[in-house]
Design a protein around this ligand. Structure first.
Ligand SMILES: NC(=O)c1ccc[n+]([C@@H]2O[C@H](COP(=O)([O-])OP(=O)(O)OC[C@H]3O[C@@H](n4cnc5c(N)ncnc54)[C@H](OP(=O)(O)O)[C@@H]3O)[C@@H](O)[C@H]2O)c1
Length: 331
């Protein structure tokens, strides 16, 4: 199949591109700064010649959006909103104008759309959409607004011949450098992988292989449309999540951090504490109902696999003597 991935140069795009290319598909990435084969320039805002690549494609998977790992200043929040909404709108326009539109458009969304809660998990049918939770910073509601506007941009696109699915994804855990797992593992290895602000907040996650398998599943299932949660079935409190990660690498201790320390750390890392403190208790209701099975349903087993792959990559890199990672045997 011919698969177009707008915004496919980042962490999730790398995971998908690697797997889909290895499966024999033709993958084309839309990026603002093309530097490799099979990358095409777009600006994420306006129709251009890039739209030709969508015409005649089989699948579009739009991942574009300003990274959320930044200080949540007014300017950055606006950029997070605009980059998601505008890129989704323009992808919709390109599909609408295509003489041979793709049969399916998977649009990235986020598990952050759900409320900060501890009491029960959020699935698509009974989950609580966030934005009005008591006792959380006001600006957290804006992340939910971004997620809602992002999904709305896809819903409103007039693409009658293309099935639309919104991927409400939890954190995608892959061994790649710079990804979320890499960052958490570095913290754990530095002895900083303890509970944050008590560590009762839930962490939702999905192993990269299950993410790719879920994408495959959603491509194949012509009857599925609308929002789908991509998250492993067992989210767990942050303190247990980090404990399992420490144990996978063999780090004996993880210093606990107060909320204030987390704020200082987030400031130093030019990031925001919402990413650490919001309780994301999200489960894959629709995927499970439709018969999808997870290879990595439990975090300790997923963490072990990811750690093993990180270690293999380090060995590969050392052996190849190059800066760039050689392909690991387990990729
Ligand atoms: N990583 C996760 O665990 C996770 C979980 C849930 C949801 N998501 C969402 O999934 C998407 C992909 O995640 P990721 O981790 O791969 O993100 P990422 O590494 O930050 O990559 C996002 C891509 O979006 C493009 N982009 C950034 N700003 C843009 C703008 N202003 N206009 C158009 N394109 C822009 C970039 O491509 P170029 O610079 O090459 O143009 C970049 O490669 C993001 O929208 C993210 O919010 C990620």
């Amino acid at each position: 199949m011919k698969i177009v991935i707008p915004g496919g140069t980042g962490q999730v795009g790398t995971v998908l591109n690697r797997a889909l290319t290895a499966a024999g598909h033709e993958v084309v990435v839309l990026t603002r700064r093309p530097s490799r084969d099979r990358e095409i320039r777009w600006d994420g805002e306006t129709l251009g010649r890039w739209a030709q690549v969508i015409d005649g494609s089989d699948i579009v998977i739009n991942l574009a959006g300003r990274s959320v790992s930044c200080r949540y200043t007014a300017t950055n929040l606006q950029a997070m909103m605009d980059s998601r909404v505008h890129s989704t709108q323009v992808v919709g326009e390109a599909i609408a104008r295509a003489a041979r539109p793709p049969r399916v458009w998977l649009q990235m969304s986020t598990a952050t759309v759900y409320a900060h809660r501890f009491d029960a998990p959020n699935d698509e049918a009974t989950g609580v959409i966030g934005g009005s939770e008591p006792g959380v910073p006001d600006y957290w509601a804006y992340s939910v607004e971004i997620a809602k506007a992002w999904e709305r941009a896809q819903e409103e696109a007039d693409t009658p011949h293309t099935r639309k699915v919104a991927l409400r994804s939890a954190m995608v855990m892959s061994p790649d450098r710079g990804g979320v797992f890499d960052i958490l593992l570095r913290l754990a290895r530095l002895g900083l992988g303890g509970p944050v602000a008590g560590g009762a907040q839930y962490v939702s996650w999905i192993h990269d292989r299950d993410f790719v398998r879920a994408v495959d599943f959603l491509v194949d299932r012509d009857d599925l449309t609308g929002p789908v949660n991509l998250a492993a079935p067992e989210p767990l409190p942050q303190r247990a999540f980090m404990r399992a990660l420490r144990s996978a690498w063999g780090v004996p201790v993880g210093l606990p951090a107060t909320k204030r320390m987390a704020e200082l750390g987030a400031f130093a890392l030019r990031s925001d504490t919402e990413l650490l403190l919001k309780s994301r208790r999200v489960v894959p209701g629709r995927l499970l109902d439709e018969g999808f099975t997870f290879e990595y349903g439990r975090w300790p087993q997923a963490a072990d696999d990811l750690v093993q792959r990180v270690r293999l990559r380090r060995v590969d890199r050392r052996r190849s003597g190059a800066g760039a990672p050689a392909l690991s045997r387990l990729s």
